[in-house]
Ligand binder design. Structure first.
Ligand SMILES: *[C@@H]1O[C@H](CO)[C@@H](O)[C@H](O)[C@H]1NC(C)=O
Ligand SMILES: *[C@@H]1O[C@H](CO)[C@@H](O)[C@H](O)[C@H]1NC(C)=O
Ligand SMILES: *[C@@H]1O[C@H](CO)[C@@H](O)[C@H](O)[C@H]1NC(C)=O
Ligand SMILES: *[C@@H]1O[C@H](CO)[C@@H](O)[C@H](O)[C@H]1NC(C)=O
Ligand SMILES: *[C@@H]1O[C@H](CO)[C@@H](O)[C@H](O)[C@H]1NC(C)=O
Ligand SMILES: *[C@@H]1O[C@H](CO)[C@@H](O)[C@H](O)[C@H]1NC(C)=O
Ligand SMILES: *[C@@H]1O[C@H](CO)[C@@H](O)[C@H](O)[C@H]1NC(C)=O
Ligand SMILES: *[C@@H]1O[C@H](CO)[C@@H](O)[C@H](O)[C@H]1NC(C)=O
Ligand SMILES: *[C@@H]1O[C@H](CO)[C@@H](O)[C@H](O)[C@H]1NC(C)=O
Ligand SMILES: *[C@@H]1O[C@H](CO)[C@@H](O)[C@H](O)[C@H]1NC(C)=O
Length: 666
């Protein structure tokens, strides 16, 4: 009996695990996808270069659908009324051959079957039945309708709608997006072929669906286009649902395409990069070629050039590999999608010349580089004295390769030569945050921008801490690790790098790595960085940015260092915390707001790690519409765990001066 039960348990575990496996995927293009493995294509749906086409132009009646091959777990069991949540975002294009012809559009589908019973072959998006009394069944769609069918109560030929197993929508909204600068909705046309970006947030706990649409190029609007909230949706969802798209057409030609698709039910959605997506627009009538043919020719030529180019490149690499490249060890090949060759990076950085040097310090020297395709990147050279340490680190980094967030500096690849590791990152045009606060009196960062950057970093760090199945501790948050991109938005760099130096070089000692002034007090004794110690460092950055002062500064009068946080805390205790704020941007802020942010910074620097807020809470305050409307009581309580802390000898200022080398020896 014993082994039997053991096997039963394993079996049960396997079933349990496989049925509740999380979905998290991003197709930034559909190049390289295959029917059956990456997607399930039904009927006329097909992969068309980098996109998916749903209907067939030459058939009078056509429908097509495609689904992700794995189902989404929506309920713990079939009787449950609680639903799971997920978010999805995708880019689609609807291009009619004749702009005045009747239109069709497409829909995003949640269905318990890839072939719902009774679906019509050329109407109703190819997914619904025409039964006069639609029944309750696990089928729910969000339509992007580019045609008007008055018999189905369509308001117009350019709307979105929630369809609960019924072509007659439960709720509709015109295609428009919210513009926060003038506070109004801006209508746009979904039927011009222009790329449309859509976001759907399905909140299973509150039975709420938010749908947001905007033309590609407009960043995600803060308010949804359509908000639907009704517990009824639980009736249209079964425990396992396929997710995908569906469209149909009659005699008129309308090309419905999906260009990119991202979905996650584990937290933060991976972002679609919309810059390189193809564009299909209505051709001017002068040309005798159809837009499809032109697009085909252009794509064909580009593909030809790419194939030739990469062929030559591979040939070139093969020839030069043996003589010019450092030997590659077997274990290296297991890691990471992209390994640059040393020669490539050497060329891209002009032989690591001084003109290309962006800076040094932190973990090594950083060079600006230009890849053969003219993309600018930053190459960070990290020296390490043991190959074992590198190897352990690479294993770590491999899983971090999947980390993608708009507020993280994206890593593009790596290279190793001897004990030197070269990490290739996106190039950040505007350098690091500290330079915009301390070094640039003529180009000082304004108050609004400071708040935006802090919110960006909070979001990035929140993603590392909570947006992933395991907590990723950054370990070295400081203003020089925060970079500003071309739009002056903040991005967090160097995550995980500190870990490289922790795998004890001296056995049994884990050295604390971080930067003096930003280290949480508990690291002096326990030496295990946690999410809470990151929060502490973030708090120091907040104070630094708001006050325009460095975390440790030599005081003029006395011959000793002044700890920024102690100084702010003293002012806070005296009720004069607003005086701490940077006087150079005084005209731009309101006292209440500045006070709130300073309190938030102090709360993050609470000496007791357990009493610091989480990054989720911090991000909610900073990203929220009104910073001044933050829960004031909470912050007041947190800002300073009573005045006892200052007296009991565990002064935070003392502790933050732990004798840890600020930078590892290079
Ligand atoms: C398609 O699936 C195969 C097998 O799982 C995988 O190796 C490949 O990377 C996938 N392609 C894309 C574009 O996702
Ligand atoms: C895709 O694969 C499914 C089975 O996995 C098959 O039923 C379907 O016909 C295929 N579709 C196309 C367009 O090849
Ligand atoms: C469209 O359908 C026709 C007729 O069924 C078929 O011959 C043709 O290959 C299809 N076109 C595409 C692009 O699938
Ligand atoms: C669902 O409810 C029915 C009727 O109450 C019951 O017979 C069945 O066992 C339940 N199923 C599950 C999975 O709980
Ligand atoms: C989908 O749901 C319908 C209605 O509840 C049911 O008849 C059908 O068997 C289900 N299909 C699958 C594949 O679960
Ligand atoms: C539904 O569609 C089928 C096939 O097109 C047709 O035969 C049937 O009459 C339609 N039913 C209704 C109620 O319109
Ligand atoms: C938002 O409105 C402002 C003011 O009318 C305008 O300048 C801006 O271009 C609009 N932005 C978008 C994305 O429509
Ligand atoms: C808001 O901005 C959009 C885009 O610039 C414009 O079309 C619209 O008229 C503006 N609305 C108001 C109320 O100013
Ligand atoms: C949906 O939008 C409303 C505002 O219209 C917002 O209050 C709510 O939190 C949003 N829900 C989700 C799941 O995004
Ligand atoms: C997005 O794609 C474009 C072109 O394909 C590329 O230049 C850019 O670096 C990408 N951006 C990100 C954040 O990956």
């Amino acid at each position: 009996m014993q082994p039997f039960f053991f096997l039963l348990r394993i079996l049960f575990l396997l079933i349990f695990l496989s049925s509740t496996f999380a979905l998290d995927f991003l197709f930034n293009s559909f190049i390289g996808t295959a029917n059956g493995t990456n997607l399930t294509l039904i009927n006329d749906a097909r992969i068309d270069t980098s996109t998916i086409r749903l209907t067939n132009d030459s058939n009078q009646f056509s429908f097509g659908r495609f689904f992700y091959p794995t189902t989404l777990s929506m309920k713990p069991n079939s009787n449950s009324t609680s639903l799971s949540s997920f978010s999805t975002s995708f880019v689609f294009s609807v291009l009619p051959e004749i702009s005045t012809s009747p239109g069709f559009g497409l829909c995003f589908v949640l269905s318990n079957s890839t072939s719902p019973p009774g679906a019509l072959a050329s109407q109703y998006f190819g997914i619904f039945t025409n039964a006069t009394d639609p029944i309750v069944a696990p089928l729910l769609a969000i339509e992007f309708d580019t045609g008007q069918n008055p018999e189905f109560n369509d308001p117009d030929g350019n709307h979105i709608g929630i369809d609960l197993n019924n072509i007659i929508s439960a709720q509709t909204a015109p295609a428009q997006y919210f513009n926060s600068s003038n506070g109004s909705f801006v209508p746009f046309n979904m039927r011009t072929g222009q790329n449309v970006h859509a976001w759907i947030d399905f909140d299973g706990v509150n039975f709420e669906i938010n749908v947001t649409v905007a033309p590609v190029g407009v960043s995600r609007p803060p308010r949804p286009t359509l908000n639907y909230k009704n517990p009824l949706i639980a009736n249209y969802v079964s425990s396992e649902m396929f997710v995908g798209f569906s469209a149909s057409k009659t005699q008129w030609v309308e090309a419905q395409r999906v260009l990119a698709w991202s979905l996650s039910d584990t937290g933060v959605l991976r972002e679609i990069n919309t810059t390189g997506l193809p564009v299909f627009i209505i051709e001017s009538s002068s040309s005798s070629l159809s837009s499809g043919a032109i697009a085909g020719i252009v794509i064909g030529c580009v593909a030809f050039v790419i194939i030739c180019g990469s062929g030559c490149y591979l040939f070139w690499r093969k020839i030069f590999r043996e003589e010019s490249e450092d030997e590659i060890e077997d274990w290296e090949l297991e890691y990471w999608p992209h390994r640059f060759s040393y020669e490539e990076l050497k060329q891209a950085t002009n032989g690591f010349s001084n003109e290309n040097l962006l800076g040094s310090g932190g973990f090594g020297r950083v060079f600006k580089a230009k890849l053969p395709n003219n993309t600018e990147v930053a190459v960070k050279c990290v020296n390490h004295d043991s190959k074992q340490g590198l190897r352990e680190f690479m294993a770590e980094i491999e899983s971090m390769g999947r980390l993608q967030h708009k507020n993280l500096v994206q890593m593009r690849g790596w290279c190793r030569k001897g004990n030197e590791l070269m990490l290739v990152y996106d190039y950040m045009l505007n350098g690091s945050l500290n330079r915009w606060i301390f070094d640039k009196p003529q180009k000082l960062l304004g108050w609004r921008q400071r708040l935006l950057v802090l919110a960006d970093v909070a979001e990035g760090l929140n993603y590392l801490h909570h947006g992933w199945d395991q907590v990723v501790v950054h370990r070295d948050i400081k203003s020089s690790n925060i970079l500003l991109d071309s739009e002056m938005r903040g991005r967090l760099g160097d995550f995980g790098l500190a870990k490289l130096y922790e795998h004890g070089q001296v056995p049994k000692t884990t050295r604390v790595v971080g930067t003096l002034g930003y280290l949480a007090p508990e690291l002096a004794t326990v030496a295990v960085p946690t999410a809470a110690s990151d929060v502490y460092s973030f708090g120091v950055v907040v104070l630094e940015v708001v006050c325009g002062r460095r975390p440790l500064e030599m005081a003029m009068e006395k011959e000793e260092e002044q700890v920024l946080m102690d100084w702010v805390r003293e002012l806070y205790e005296e009720g004069r915390v607003r005086e701490a704020a940077d006087a150079r941007v005084q005209q731009e802020y309101e006292g209440e707001e500045v006070e709130m942010v300073l309190k938030l910074g102090l709360a993050c620097c609470h000496p007791d790690p357990l009493r610091r807020p989480t990054m989720k809470e911090v991000a909610a305050v900073l990203v929220g519409e009104e910073v001044a409307a933050a829960p004031a009581d909470l912050l007041n309580e947190l800002a300073y765990g009573g005045s006892t802390v200052g007296d009991d000898g565990s002064s935070v200022g003392e502790d933050s001066r732990v004798a840890v080398p600020p930078e590892p020896p290079m």
